[in-house]
Design a protein. Structure first.
Lengths: 384, 417
């Protein structure tokens, strides 16, 4: 405390004029300023712990949404089909889009069996290519058709309809259409045996309306169930089905990932709290001489406890705020690196981090305090 | 004298040593558990991703195109080629057989019930397959885990069938009723719900469908569910253009493409292909989850390193007076530093060993409770973890030790440092 002897004149004068009520605050402030090194290391521990806790909590809350987006790559989780394979009413797609709003993508499909020039049967489908590209990203397409009278031909259908890659005829109920293969489609499933046309051309040729609408509904399982409910009420003439393969797979993998992340978050936050506890306990214990001097000067136990508690809480609060900002940064970085999208900062995490930091700080102040209270100030001041 | 100082330091300052030891143990335990989970999570999630079903489809090589809308086949049933059921166990003999979770052969047959056209699908439910000395169980209950049955699953050797829930509603059938197919009566053991085209079909043991079709031992396609490695540049290359060394590397990696290649080798006259919807997205989801766990593990390692070094720094800082006394009695800086480093090392080793076992237990627990399977910590990790523990403890103590040896003994003894 050699610094105290060298207080400049100006400061002494200012102190003399200051109100007495600010003594408590001044003690808090001077304690932090004079023992800069130790206070800084305690604060550092606090900030790091709060940052790690914030990042983990933020990640835990946000990872669900991030992973859900990845799971939507699996395609439709809801399918609307006409009863008994019949076409859907003309206004069905409009109604579905109205119900869905911005909560997902809906893609119509119409199917028929056409004959090739040499009499072979092939399934022809009409759809909206722009939406299919968004819904079924796993479709491996060599080139999407853009010009009129061009089609997307499945890999297995190609040798049947157009072995030489030239224009081919398809007929359906006496109507014939000439098409050129624009590109081939490979999925490894039923799509490989089909020929895909733009919906408008398909309709003009055959007059067959869409019988299936595949929907990728965003959000949690409850959100998807709500969409299914609403669609069922909106379309009494259709059958709305949940694609259980997709929904159950997603729920399972997501559940496991969240559980693992939760376990990791708990472990990490515990370790961080332990780190704070160790550092802060040492810091408070280290200041037993301040404690003894205050006591020797006649401060009540209550006043001293209050002082140390206030100090710990202030440290916790400052550490929590700084740590929160850094933690948001860490979470955003992880989001960018891993998901190519920043994790949205969640202010709702702040109260938890704040309360946790203060509680840990308070706890780590109280433990050494209860030890020190039993010791006579004289013993401490003697340096034993 | 040095050994005695060390011994006495541990004997007399049990509380402080215990505190530092606990911190190291906890830090090492968390680090071990997280490393264990992170190295194993890819495998575990890969297994969970199998709930999406088969990612490979094996069809006859000279296959005609399907004329199928909404699960209803519009072609004459006996059209096209078939695979042989007798070749199925060979799937268990392929290089990556341990990565193959299961497979289900399928035979769709157009038949009629009460004069209505109906698709009958023959498959394995949970069939015991013998290859060499190994016996495994496979079928749709493994490859299509989202299929739900109200009632009972039929036995693979029985003549019982499952009726899809939509079809059952249309036919007015319930569990326990009988359906008439191909001139024979079959008992309905349960109602099947899949959320897919099977809801409008009848699903029967493979032999029943083969009999209705009139082709014993015939299989139309095989769905294979395999754990794969996410696709990379090597996976996408054509095996025909590779040199032998590269080909070996490709062949011995569990890419979906190389497993397809091996399935084609195992089953004569077959063509195996990935089901892109499942196979392609699996890689994306898997790499995201693995990446996430890796970053989280880094955070855990960082937090535990910090906890250990904070505990060590505090423990040393508290002992300034001791340092002062030692120096006043004539100990040099080196002697003091050596004592502290020896203490830290001892603590790190003790804490490291305890922490490693606690961490292994923790990882085991996490594996059990979350994934219902074991997470084993590789014994190779033990020396690595121990070395990291010693290094982190050293690093944590170094700054504190440096400050401790620089104290002026007079101030330290007065308690003024």
């Amino acid at each position: 405390m050699s610094e105290q002897q060298a207080i400049p004149q100006g400061v002494a004068a200012r102190r003399a004029n200051a109100a007495h009520s600010s003594m408590f605050l001044r003690m808090l402030w001077r304690a932090a300023v004079l023992r800069r090194g130790r206070a800084a290391s305690a604060l550092l521990a606090m900030v790091v712990a709060a940052a790690v806790a914030t990042a983990m909590m933020n990640l835990y809350v946000d990872v669900q949404a991030k992973l859900r987006k990845e799971f939507r790559l699996y395609g439709a989780n809801v399918v609307v089909v006409g009863n008994d394979g019949a076409s859907l009413p003309p206004d069905a797609l409009g109604k579905i889009e109205g119900t869905l709003g911005r909560r997902g993508t809906a893609v119509p499909f119409a199917y028929l069996v056409a004959r090739t020039a040499n009499g072979q049967s092939v399934v022809v489908a009409g759809t909206d290519f722009e939406r299919v590209q968004k819904l079924n990203r796993w479709w491996s397409v060599s080139a999407w058709p853009t010009a009129p009278q061009t089609a997307l031909v499945g890999k297995r259908a190609l040798p049947v309809v157009s072995p030489d890659g030239k224009a081919f005829d398809l007929s359906f109920q006496g109507h014939t259409i000439q098409l050129t293969p624009a590109g081939t489609l490979q999925t490894g499933a039923a799509e490989d045996s089909r020929v895909y046309l733009p919906m408008s051309e398909f309709l003009a040729w055959s007059g067959v309306r869409p019988s299936t609408v595949e929907i990728a509904a965003n959000g949690s399982q409850e959100d998807v169930n709500a969409v299914i409910q609403q669609l069922t009420t909106a379309l009494p003439a259709a059958d709305v089905r949940a694609v259980r393969q997709i929904i159950e797979g997603e729920a399972r993998v997501l559940g496991k990932t969240r559980a693992t992340l939760y376990a990791a978050a708990v472990l990490i936050i515990l370790t961080a709290a332990l780190c704070v506890l160790a550092t802060l306990t040492g810091w408070v214990f280290d200041r037993r001489r301040d404690f003894a001097i205050m006591k020797a000067l006649g401060a009540s136990e209550r006043m001293i406890s209050g002082f140390f508690a206030a100090e710990a809480v202030a440290l916790g609060a400052v550490g929590a705020v700084l740590g929160f900002v850094i933690g948001i940064g860490i979470a955003a970085w992880i989001g960018r690196v891993n998901f190519n999208a920043p994790v949205v900062p969640r202010l709702s995490v702040l109260p938890f981090v704040m309360a946790g930091s203060m509680a840990v700080a308070l706890l780590s102040a109280m433990v050494p305090m209860s030890l020190l209270r039993r010791i006579q100030p004289a013993v401490i001041l003697k340096g034993e | 004298m040095f050994a005695r100082l060390l011994y006495e330091s541990f004997r007399r300052q049990k509380r402080r040593k215990l505190l530092a030891g606990v911190a190291i143990t906890l830090g090492v335990a968390v680090a071990t558990a997280m490393i264990g989970v992170a190295t194993d999570v890819g495998d575990k999630i890969s297994r969970e991703l199998r709930t999406y079903g088969a990612n490979l489809l094996v069809t006859p090589q000279e296959d005609t195109i399907d004329v199928e809308i909404g699960g209803v086949n519009l072609k004459p049933p006996s059209d096209g080629n078939f695979l042989s059921e007798a070749d199925l166990p060979k799937i268990r003999g392929t290089f990556w057989r341990h990565n193959i979770v299961g497979f289900s052969p399928m035979v769709p047959v157009n038949t009629s019930v009460d004069a209505k056209p109906v698709t009958l699908l023959g498959t394995y439910f949970s069939k015991k397959i013998r290859f060499g000395k190994e016996e495994t169980t496979t079928g749709v209950r493994t490859t299509h885990p989202w299929w739900k049955v109200q009632g009972a699953w039929p036995g693979d050797d029985s003549r019982d069938v499952l009726v899809g829930e939509h079809l059952a509603g249309k036919l007015g059938k319930r569990t326990g009723d009988a359906v008439e197919m191909g001139g024979q009566s079959h008992h309905i053991s349960g109602i099947l719900s899949t959320g897919g085209v099977e809801d409008d079909q009848i699903v029967a043991p493979l032999a029943v469908a083969q009999q209705v079709l009139g082709k014993p031992g015939a299989v139309r396609r095989i769905y294979v569910s395999a754990m794969t490695k996410p696709e990379d540049a090597l996976a996408r290359r054509d095996p025909k253009t590779m040199n032998p060394e590269l080909f070996d590397r490709w062949y011995c990696s569990p890419y979906v493409q190389s497993i397809a290649f091996q399935l084609q080798e195992a089953i004569p006259h077959s063509h195996a292909e990935q089901i892109r919807q499942v196979a392609q997205n699996e890689g994306t989801v898997l790499s995201r989850i693995k990446g996430l766990m890796l970053l989280v593990t880094l955070a855990a390692l960082f937090a535990s390193a910090l906890a250990v070094s904070a505990a060590m720094a505090t423990a040393i800082f508290e002992r300034r007076q001791e340092v002062g006394l030692m120096k006043a009695l004539g100990a040099g800086k080196v002697a003091v530093a050596a004592l502290f480093f020896a203490e830290s090392t001892l603590l790190a080793i003790l804490g490291g060993v305890a922490g490693f076992f606690a961490g292994s237990l923790l990882a085991h627990r996490i594996g059990r409770s979350i994934f219902d399977s074991q997470i084993t910590i590789q014994p190779v990790l033990f020396p690595v973890i121990l070395a990291i523990a010693v290094m982190v403890t050293f690093a944590g103590s170094a700054a504190a030790i440096r400050r401790a040896v620089q104290f002026d003994p007079v101030f330290a003894l007065r308690g003024d440092a």
